[in-house]
Write a protein that binds this ligand. Sequence first.
Ligand code: GSH
Length: 218
Amino acid sequence: MSLGTIYTKIAAGEATRTRALLPERLIKYFKINVKVSDPDEVFPAKFPMKLVPAFQFPDGTLLSESLPINLFLLQQVENHGGLLGDNSQKAWAQNLQWMEFINNDFMRPSGQVFGMIVGRKPFNQDVFNFFMNELRNVAVPVIEKHLDESEYLTGSAVSIADLYAATMFLRPLGYFMDEEWRSQLPRTMEWWEKVSKHPVFDNFFADLQMVDKFTPPN
Ligand SMILES: N[C@@H](CCC(=O)N[C@@H](CS)C(=O)NCC(=O)O)C(=O)O
């Protein structure tokens, strides 16, 4: 029986929605019985934020937010390849910690910067500088320092937190995390190269063109 419907905006011609990428890949890779759908005309009434991913259970219960959706999907897989560590409460909490950090402290400024670069958000120099500063001087250094001490985000093996975090580098690497910046992040880039080749992604990142030199808008 189907576990429900996930809304992702994966339709042809639509740009990948970063947060919808991992749930869609988990469903395909682990063959989880979930219908993948684009938002329909009743989507905004069900999910007023109109954001993906979003999930609906067969009984009509709604679930939004990428963290619980990814974790729920993975829990449906008997052999999830150690992606939840040893399944302990500590491993669960560590995964949640890193996913939350990436979604909030990394992805929030990154989304603002990306939005202004591609014109989805009105450009404002001070706001742009503020979020770029958060990324360059706070969030990214936290990741680099952590990966200098730990092979993966939650220890010595790849976890759901790594897979989730790797997807969030899609736009930064493609648009503004240029060669000069990447050269200051040896551990992060080494980690990303490994995690992005995880079979769950099925070579998705092989086509990613990393930006050479980023010229900030003004
Ligand atoms: N906090 C939410 C944020 C979801 C979100 O911002 N989704 C973006 C895609 S990454 C979205 O649907 N944006 C509207 C659009 O692209 O049409 C989560 O973690 O799921």
